[in-house]
Design a protein around this ligand. Sequence first.
Ligand code: IPD
Length: 303
Amino acid sequence: DAAPFAPFFRAALAVAREAGAIIKAAFEDGQAPPNPNIKDANDVDLVTATDQAVEALIQSRLRDAFPDYAFIGEETVAANNGQAPPLTARPTIICDPVDGTTNFVHGFPFVCTALALVVDHTPIVGIVYNPILDQLYVAHKGYGAWCNGQSLPRHRAAHAMDARATLFITEGGHDRSPIAMDAKIGTWRHALAADGKYPPVRGIRCTGSGALNLCMIARGAADVYWEVGLHAWDMAAAAVIVTEAGGMVVGDEALDADRRTTWDPQATPFDVMGRKAMAIRKRDVAFMRETIERVIDYPCPRD
Ligand code: IPD
C-alpha cells in the first residue's frame, strides 16, 4: 500500500481478473473463431472479437479511474492504422488485452492479459495474468515480483548463468521477410549447433506469448529470451516482473548492431518502444554481453 502507484496496481489487478474471466470463458467454450481476422498486411498477425472486447473493458475501467494517464493498447493502435501515440514522460498505461492470440485461437493454453504502467519511460507496474493456467504474475518497481502470491524467482535462483546449460526462448514471430528469416534461422542454427566460439544451448522453447516468455525468465524456468519484432504491449508489463525478480532485460539500446557499442548497462534504460528484447534470469552483465553476441540482429521499425 505504501508503493507510489498502489492505487493503479489495485485497479489494474481487478480489471486483469475481469479480463481473464472473459478470455477463459471464450477459450473453454471454443468460441475463438477458426478464421479470425488478420491485421492489415500480415496474414499471421491475428485479432479476435475477444481481443477487442477485453481492450475496450480495460480502457474504460482504467481511463475512468486515471483520466490523466495516457493509454497505449494493442487494438487501439491497430484501429489507428498501426500508429502508436508517442510515449512521453507522462504516466502511460500499456495494454495487451490478449497476448498469445494465435494460441487463443488454437486452444494452446499460453494466453494472457498484460498491463503495465510506464512513468518517465520506465516500466513501474507490471501485471500478466494467464487465466487458462491461472497464473498471475505481478510486480511493482522496488517491491519485488510475485506469481500467485509466491515471490519470484521460483527456480534456479542461486545458480550462476552457464552458457552450456542455457534453456533459450525465442519465437518465429510475425515478420517472415527474408532478412528476418535469415536472422532468426541463423540464430537458431548458431544456438543449437554452435560454431566453436560458444557451446550449444541445451534447448529452445517458444510459448507464443512475449509477455509469458518474459515471465518464464522471471520464474527462473528458462535462462535467456530473445526476440525482435515485439511491441511495447508485449514487453512493458513483464519487463518489470523480470527486473524485480532479479533478472535483466535490455532492448533496442543494447541489441541494435549500431547502438551496441554505446550501450552502458548502468545508465541506459530499457527501450519500451524499441521492438527488441533480450532477457536473462540473473543480473549478469558479462553473460548478457556474451548472449547478445550470439544472436543476429535485424532492423525493425519502432513503435
Ligand atoms: C505476439 C506474441 C508472440 C510474438 C509476437 C507478438 P500477440 O503477440 O507475443 O509470441 O512472437 O511478436 O506480437 O499478437 O499474440 O498479442
